[in-house]
Each structure stands twice: as C-alpha cells, then as structure tokens.
Design a protein around this ligand. Sequence first.
Ligand code: SF4
Length: 548
Amino acid sequence: MSTREDVKDNERDPLDPPASVPSEIPAGLDRRKFIMRSAVIGAATVMNGCTRSETERTAPPPAAASESARVQGLAPAPAVPLSPDLNVVKKEKGPVLTTVDEFYKVGPGPSSSHTIGPMRITYDFYQQATKLPADKLAKATKLQVNLFGSLSATGKGHGTERAALAGLVGKEPATVDPKFLDGLRDNPNQVFPVKLGNKTIDVSLKDVIYDATKGDFKHPNTMTVKLLAGNEVLLEQEYYSVGGGFIEWKGYTPPKKNQPKYPFATMKELRTHADNNKTTIAKIMLANEMSIAGRSEEEVNAFVDKIINAMVATVKSGLAMPEDDVLPGPIKLHSKAATVYKRAMNDKYESDRGIGALSAFALAASEENGRGHLVITAPTGGSAGVMPALVYGLLEVRKVERQKIRDGMLAAAAVGYLCKHHATLSAAEGGCQAEIGVASSMAAALTATAYDAPSLVVENAAESALEHHLGMTCDPVAGYVQVPCIERCAFGAVKAWTAYGIASNEIASRHRVNFDETVTALAQTAKDMNSKYKETSEAGLAQSVVLC
Ligand code: SF4
C-alpha cells in the first residue's frame, strides 16, 4: 500500500486540542476472582459428561456486586482494594516516562500478571539471595514461595507455581526454555538444586504454596518469597505482580528517571513535536528513550532488536507445532495456526492468501501463549499474537528493512504508553478493548511507520484500530486464555492492517476522530463496563459455551 501525498491537505486543524482525558481508574479489582471457579466447573463438566442444567445456564453470576448495583449495570465494589501506596495506583500525571524495556517484556504465557510477573519476582529474589554474605548462606535450608489473593485463587489454571519455581531456580523469564516449563507440567515431582554461594538447596513445586485467597493484601496479586534456616528467616520479601508483567515490592520506589527530551502526555503533543521538528514519531520516541533512560541509540536498538527477534521466534515456533496439537486445559482446544497457514497458501486469490497468512501468524504466537511458552507483552499476554503477526509479516514476508521495524516498534510503544497513561492495559479494568484493542492500535502504528507514513497517518491508523475495538468485553471460557483470545489476536492483527489500509488511502486531514478522543472513550468505556465482562468469566462466552 502506498502512502498518499494528500495528507498535506489542511482541511481541519490536525492539532485541535482534545477533550480532557481522565486518568482516574477504578480503585481496585479482584482481578480473576471467579476464573478458577469457572475452570473447576469446566473441568467438572468435562469429567461428568458435559451438560449444564437450565438452572445453571440461566442463574445470575455469583458476583460480589449488590443486587441494586447489578440491576443498574454498575460494576461491583472491588473485593480487594488496591493499596494507595502502590506505584501502579498513583495517578499518572505529567509527561509519559515509560520506557521500552519496561513495556515490552518476554516471559512465559499465558498471563503477564500470573506467570511473567511471578517469575520475574522469584528471579529477582534468587538474585538477591545469591548476594547474601557467605556465613548467612551457609545456614540456609529452604526456599519458600507463598501465593496469596488472586495468584492463589487462579494461579493453578495459569501455571503460576511452575513460573514461580522456574525463577527460583535461576531461570530468567526472557530466556527460559519452554521445554523446562513443559517438563514441570508433565513431571511435577522434579527436584532442582539451587546454588547460592557455596550452599546448595533443593527446591520443588512443593515449595510454592497456594496460600490464603482472601486477606488484607496491598494488591490481589501478592506473594512472599523467603530464604529460611529452619524457622529462622534469613531473607524475606513481599512482592506484588501489578499487571502487564510489572512488579513491585514492599517499600518499592520507582527508579529515578530523567526528563524526556520531548515531553508529551497526548498524541497531539507527541505529533506536534514530530511535525515541528520535521521528523517522525519514532525519532521523537527514540530521543525520549535515550534521555529518560540515559541510553545510547545502539542500546535502545539492541533492546528493540531483542524484542523483534523474540516476536519472530514465537510466530515460527507456533507455526512449527504439529497440526493435531491440543492446548493444555479443559477446553481441549485444537491448535489451528499451522493448518490455517498451510491451507491459506492454497487460496486462489493473493489477498485471501495474505489475510489467511497474517491470521495464521497471530494464531501461532497466541497459541504459544496458550501453551505457556515464551511470549512478549505487547501490551499483554492475552494479546501476544497481534504485534508479532505484523512484525513477522513485515520483516519475514514483505522483507521490510529492520530499521523501519525498529521505528515501528517505537511508534507502537507510544500508542501503548498513552493508553496506559490515560486509560488501562488491563482486562480486569477495561475488558478486551484494553488488551486486543490496544494491541491492534499499536500494530496499526507499527505498520504505518514501517511504510514511512507521515505522523498524521500513523495517528489515524492507530485511532481507527482502537476505535473499532471499543466496548469489547473479556470473557475467557473456563478462565483459560484461549477462547476467544487466540482467534481474537488474529482479528486484532487483520483490523490493524485494515486500519493502516484505510488511513494510508483516505485523505488524512479528513479523518474525523483523533487518537486522544478515542483513548478518552476507552477510559470511559472501561469505567462503565459491567464487571462481569472484565476477565471474571462470569458472562459472555464464558457462560454460554458448554465444555464437552
Ligand atoms: S478475552 Fe481478551 S482480554 Fe480477556 S483474556 Fe482473552 S485476550 Fe485477554
């Protein structure tokens, strides 16, 4: 697709100030309170021969909401309020300060908060423990992880204990061999020696304890990690997996950051910097990455390359899985990426082959997430098929040069940062529009940037992709990130391509809705969305689909 020159038309002021963007998010939510119950119901349904009674089908969900609130369609009061001490709760004001290494994270699926976060936590503790004085380590006898709140209630369905153990034995989330996690699932009684200085401590899944699901936690995803000498605690830390793979701990203070070279808090401000400096959104983002984190261009590129390579790898490994593969969990969902790709290649029309292949790339990466293999948060685990599909298609199929993909990754990050800054990236707060919708918007910005589109076209493409996911609910069947999530990634990728197609062929200055307005709508829709559709598996497909 070519980019049209006619974007220079100035039929509206492209830098019109947006409506004010609220930054308030719900005070707190029990993120996946009912997911495990649904998983258990689903599993029991399978075991018992599959039918659900009419009463069960039509019964109201056992939500914590008051009846009056439910009648009015209001979200229930949060069961586990988030502590105002948490950095993630403090309202973001001022310019965007997020950096790419905080945003794009590689780790095991299927959930950024229930697998990547816990694994980063135990790996962090492992690293701290290795630095203890030798005389302390000489006394150590045991490592122990306790999972609380939602991590305890729903962790088993996500393989949280396997991810936590992997970090504890010194496996880094970004580089862990998926076979290690598969091996833990298939052979859960394995014991691993962990070397801490001169001391070796044996650990196994028995050292990861599913503890209290309810309590006075600072965050629903709370866990503690301890190094013990008998009953004596040598080292202990309370951690929180606060979403998107981000972690905090008791006493956490955010890392000190420098001011961005080009401060922005809206797409309008970002694009103004690009246009005033006769450069691109990607170049503004690069300058900010360098100034905020104090990194060189080479260092930023090296990190972005690592993420691009990981995205390509996840599509390749997903496509290489056998066609008769069945994903873990009670749904017994058959893998379809390899089949869709193979058959799409035989389609008569080139356009059908293109859409089929792009869908297959997204399915491949998303199925890898369903398997608990390595994925990249862009912005989350559930949406981990969308960006890799476009990256793979542009780099490996269209042979777009790598520097343009790097630029696209930075422009996509800007889209994700702004959605995080003013709305949410969490399905528990905003439904699937906050995951697949944001991922699709990021992928549209990536594509437009990779094809050298002007900044207004990049914005318009990102806006369209986000606009046409507004209101999309989160209702994963049986609490597993598979249905509708895997196919939804394919639709998110195709919509991103469509958004770029429209944005690059329309008269850009006539595009009626700007990105900041749509982010405002995302935030408002997230606030108003009934909690039954926010990753609770209480409604939608999670209720209508019968497992058998
Ligand atoms: S339905 Fe969407 S938001 Fe919910 S778990 Fe699946 S991908 Fe994530």
